[in-house]
Each structure stands twice: as C-alpha cells, then as structure tokens.
Design a protein around this ligand. Structure first.
Ligand code: TPP
Ligand code: MG
Length: 222
C-alpha cells in the first residue's frame, strides 16, 4: 500500500463518517490496497516507530520534542531529563533548538513534525545562516497534523529535503543514513523521516511545563 493511498484511507476513515460517497471511495481504495499489498514494510511505519528508531541513536544529547503526540509517544518510549517536551508552541521546536545549540557545546537534536515545520518554515533560513555545528534537525513527516486528528498537511506535495538543501543544509532521508554518524558530525544537518499517519495510545506527560523546563535546564548546565 503506498503512502498516498494509506493517507487517503486514513483521512476518509476519520472524516465525515456518514458520507455515502466516502464509503464507496473507501471500498475502492481498499480493493486497490489488496492489489498493491506487496509494498515495502517501511511505509507502514508510524511516528512512534520512527521515534523508537531515533531514540536508539541518542545517548546524552539534548532533545527538543514537537508538541502533542510526538512528545507523549517519546515520553512512553523513554522519559529522560535531557528531553524538552515542548508544550503549546507549535512550530517552535526549531527556534528553541537553534537558540539552545548556539549557547551550548552539547549536541542538540530537534524532533519536529511536518505541520510544525511548514508553520515556521522561515526557521530553516535563520538556522542555516547561524549554522550551529552541533545541531541535528529531524522532521517526522506523516503528511498530517497528527496530534489534532490527522488532517492532511501540504507536506505530501513537497520535498522537504530539497527545501532544506535549497537554503544550504546538508539534508538527508533518514533511511539513507546512520543517525549516530550524522549527530556526531560537526555539521548543522537536516533529516526527513517519512512515515504513515497515526497516533499510538500515549500517556499524558505528568510534568508541568515548569518542571520540564527546570529538569532540562539542569542537564543543559551540567
Ligand atoms: C499555533 C498553533 N496552531 C495549532 C495548534 C494545534 N496543534 C497542536 S499539534 C498540531 C499538529 C502538529 O502537526 P505536526 O507538526 O505535523 O506533528 P504530528 O502531530 O503530525 O507528528 C496542531 C495543529 C497549536 N498548538 N498552535
Ligand atoms: Mg505531522
């Protein structure tokens, strides 16, 4: 099943459930899925799988995590003081990550989403012009505003890697790289990680924003 069909199916299932036309379209998509069932497994990955694959490569790096389900799924995978769960400010993990990377020698990893990335697109220009060599910026591209119900973003029509390259980033597809190597490079890097939409069942993070800030800042200043 290719990514586009998977997304369309998801959006239809989760929108306007009473609409007969949608039911018909959904059935025809499902038939098409059967025809195309030999697609690579990788396309079935969802955000939580991507986060697991990312966190395997993280030791003591400072991580700034995107608002909503990305942070909540990350909390369930591995809660750590070095992770800043960004609450409220959609689009701003990149700006927070940039400011941090400019003020610390520690490695900083931004985990962004496609919706948030496009919302604060100007940040790629500021970031590459500042060019902190300790920053790795990962965008998990599920083609959706996942946390608010998987409404489609425009990311499906865009090549995020090309966008980042066009302003001067060394930009990679997650599937082509060893994340650890990229993090350890003295380079301001951009990585796009394409997955299917869908949120895992995830805990509510039990800390207040102030607690998240304070424990994170302790690690930053260590
Ligand atoms: C300025 C602003 N607009 C909208 C929201 C509501 N909102 C929170 S998360 C989210 C979706 C984020 O999508 P994306 O960055 O792609 O992350 P995903 O959940 O898909 O991983 C939205 C619309 C918000 N918090 N702030
Ligand atoms: Mg998204």
């Amino acid at each position: 099943m290719n990514n586009k069909i998977l997304r369309n199916k998801y959006h239809l299932e989760n929108s306007d459930k009473g609409n007969q036309d949608n039911v018909l379209i959904k059935e025809s998509l499902e038939n098409k899925e059967l025809e195309e069932s030999k697609e690579p497994e990788q396309l079935e990955l969802k955000r939580k799988d991507a986060l697991e694959n990312i966190i395997k490569n993280i030791d003591d790096e400072l991580v700034i995590a995107n608002i909503g389900f990305p942070s909540r799924e990350l909390y369930d995978i591995q809660d750590r003081d070095e992770t800043f769960y960004m609450i409220g400010s959609m689009g701003l993990v990149s700006s927070i990550g940039l400011g941090l990377a400019l003020r610390t020698d520690k490695k900083v990893v931004i985990i962004d989403g496609d919706g948030a990335f496009l919302m604060n697109l100007g940040s790629i220009v500021t970031t590459i012009k500042q060019n902190p060599k300790n920053l790795t910026w990962i965008v998990i591209n599920n083609g959706a505003y996942g946390s608010t119900g998987n409404q489609e973003t425009y990311a499906k029509d865009m090549d995020l890697i090309e966008i980042a390259r066009s302003v001067g980033f060394n930009a990679y597809d997650f599937n082509d790289i060893n994340l650890k190597e990229i993090i350890n490079k003295e380079e301001c890097s951009f990585i796009s990680y394409s997955v299917a939409p869908g949120n895992a069942k995830a805990s509510i993070i039990p800390y207040s924003p102030i607690e998240i800030r304070d424990r994170f800042m302790k690690k930053v200043l260590e």
